[in-house]
Write a protein that binds this ligand. Sequence first.
Ligand SMILES: O=C(O)CCC(=O)C(=O)O
Ligand SMILES: [Fe+2]
Length: 285
Amino acid sequence: MNQIVTPELRRWIVEQAEAGHRPEAVLEAMKSSGWQEPVAIEALEMVLSERLAERSAGATEPVMPAAVALPEPDLRGTPPSIWAHDREVRVVMAMHDPRVVVFANLLGENECEEIIQLARQRLERSHTVDMSTGDSEVNAARTSEGMFFVRAEHPVCARLEARLAALLNWPVENGEGLQVLRYRPGAEYKPHYDYFDPAQPGTPTILKRGGQRLATIVMYLNTPLKGGGTTFPDVQLEVAPQRGHAVFFSYDRPLPATRTLHGGAPVLEGEKWVATKWLRAGRFD
Ligand SMILES: O=C(O)CCC(=O)C(=O)O
Ligand SMILES: [Fe+2]
């Protein structure tokens, strides 16, 4: 860290938190006085967690907002497999910070094929949400083609949605419709966060329908011949795409500190097909 946390700054951060300012607001203030975001986040987390530890004995009011409930699989089983609605899903890997879980056998071969065929006719060049207006726009960082199903649009979608709700302990109603993406050779999705950036002017409009995104599950509908892994650059993790497998990750705050930056690495050979489900804090109607 090339900017030192002085006692004055420490005191100021604690005062801001105790006055009820959310960490995001404190971070913004630090950035506007010249702190670089990653350094400011580190300083903020350090001071607030020290403060929490100091107060843990007879703490009265919390310095940080209470932990939010999140979608989360029940990983207590050994061998690690989970009965999810109508299917035995296997756990391949679990990481705690950031929360990342890789599943196998989430979808059958026929289900993957059926979803690809249903989606194929509706593919368009992928859009992302323009954060300044809340509208959808074509984005150079995302060279895949995609489409959205509405929830339960086909029996296979409804079945998969019920399975995901059981697997992740999160209501079907809080899920967006499935999104399907096709990446051809050379196509990629550059690293990004899935949550909606609170600092962007378009965010309040987006949040009116369903609230913030809390978790993502990316399901691999085929196995690309080469490339196309899902990367998590903050923790140097790459998940290999394999038909029927999925990678789940959750983020309790819309902040880079969740380390859920992720992307789809370029496909080098063959195609890559994924279905993504985003889970919201509230009902997505
Ligand atoms: O294709 C991937 O591996 C990642 C997809 C993704 O990040 C998304 O759909 O938000
Ligand atoms: Fe994403």
